[in-house]
Design a protein around this ligand. Sequence first.
Ligand code: FES
Length: 120
Amino acid sequence: MTTIRFIREGLDIQCKPGENLRELVIKEQLQLYGLKGILGNCGGVGQCSTCFVSVEGGTSNSLSPLTTVEEEKLKNRPDNWRLACQTLIKSSAVILTKPQSPPSNLKDLKEAADNKKLPR
Ligand code: FES
């Protein structure tokens, strides 16, 4: 098992390596989508660009490499953004859901996440 730390929600969720990040978020009933994605997302096939997450911690190997879909859809986005539907979990990572709408206390949330050791 490995751990994904969701800093907005303040939760550590255990999962199996190889799990899809979007499916994990939905399974755990966390909010992945902003309004646009709630109203109409593509169901995880990499077409709507509404399932953004940012990777705030872990190792360079924590997640699967960018897919060609992500390389196209994330061209003008920060380097640490991913499309959750295109991302497979390999080992523990720290994730911010909906980075396009960061919480006002993001700095505090990041500090709190950094202060807890991330299980492998
Ligand atoms: S759910 Fe549409 S791009 Fe990820």
